[in-house]
Design a protein around this ligand. Structure first.
Ligand code: CU
Length: 265
């Protein structure tokens, strides 16, 4: 049995590692300026953990092959005892996790600890069961003030605006698809009306929780024209599966036209 176990284990190890190396199931195309750095970090993490995974599984398979059928139990103890080996393994894995955390935090900080560029396109995002809505400041460049008590989904007032009394609110553009210009920095402010949701666009390499009571900033720059799915990745209720929207990246001139047509002139 020992030899068979060793062979089966070695096959499972090599085949599963092969799927990862060949990128059989992998991330979709990258459309973000930060994407290449995140992808490189992911590759480094997979390489570092992959080497440990492969070596530990193959060593285990080799031991099973060699000693698994040892009926007389000639070998009772690992030479020198198991203690030092376990300590060595704990230190090795611990160091690896620490190093990966420190290296990875640089990429993370460049997204989350850095303010958006001056002149970024501001878009306000409201998440609720089970939809995303997006708000642009309109031609005046100013968002209308939000009054939470005025939020009415029934008449499309997802953001609680007061256009009768608030001049800034009158030209705010509210849409169900996030449309952004190609190559221009976009700064989102995200909030949730009811419970925790998550804004996930795999192509942007961005996944960000939206927590009720907080305004969560997030910025990105899209590098490819196209239409990409936005999905909620926090289980937020019975309709969670249907909570999706789209990110549409347009060339600058088409975006300007689109925004103009939305603001009704
Ligand atoms: Cu949700």
């Amino acid at each position: 049995m020992g030899k068979l176990f060793g062979v089966v284990l070695a096959i499972i190890t090599v085949v599963s590692a092969g799927f990862i190396v060949a990128h059989v199931w992998w991330m979709p195309v990258d459309i973000s300026t930060i994407g290449p750095r995140i992808d490189r970090q992911l590759d480094e993490t997979m390489l570092a953990t992959g080497v440990l995974f492969l070596s530990s599984q193959l060593i285990l398979a080799a031991f099973a092959w060699k000693f698994g059928d040892d009926k007389e139990r000639k070998i009772k103890y690992f030479p020198g005892g198991g203690g030092p080996l376990i300590v060595f393994a704990i230190i090795l894995v611990g160091m690896e996790i620490l190093v990966l955390s420190f290296v990875g935090s640089k990429v993370w900080a460049s997204i989350y600890m850095t303010p958006p560029e001056q002149g970024s396109l501001q878009v306000d995002v409201a998440a609720e069961q089970f939809a995303f809505n997006f708000r642009y400041p309109g031609p005046d460049g100013k968002f209308g003030t939000v009054h939470p008590e005025r939020v009415r989904d029934g008449n499309g007032n997802f953001f609680g605006l007061d256009p009768e009394n608030d001049v800034d609110a009158r030209d705010d553009v509210i849409v169900g698809t996030l449309t952004v210009p190609l190559g221009q920095p976009v700064a989102l402010t995200m909030h949730s009306k009811d419970m925790i949701h998550s804004f996930y666009v795999p192509e942007l390499r961005i996944q960000q929780d939206i927590v009720p009571g907080l305004t969560i900033p997030l910025h990105f720059t899209a590098t490819k024209v196209g239409k990409f799915e936005i999905v909620c990745t926090q289980l937020c209720g019975l309709g969670h599966y249907s909570m999706r929207s789209f990110l549409e990246v347009l060339p600058q001139d088409q975006f300007d036209q689109w925004l103009k047509s939305q603001s009704g002139d």
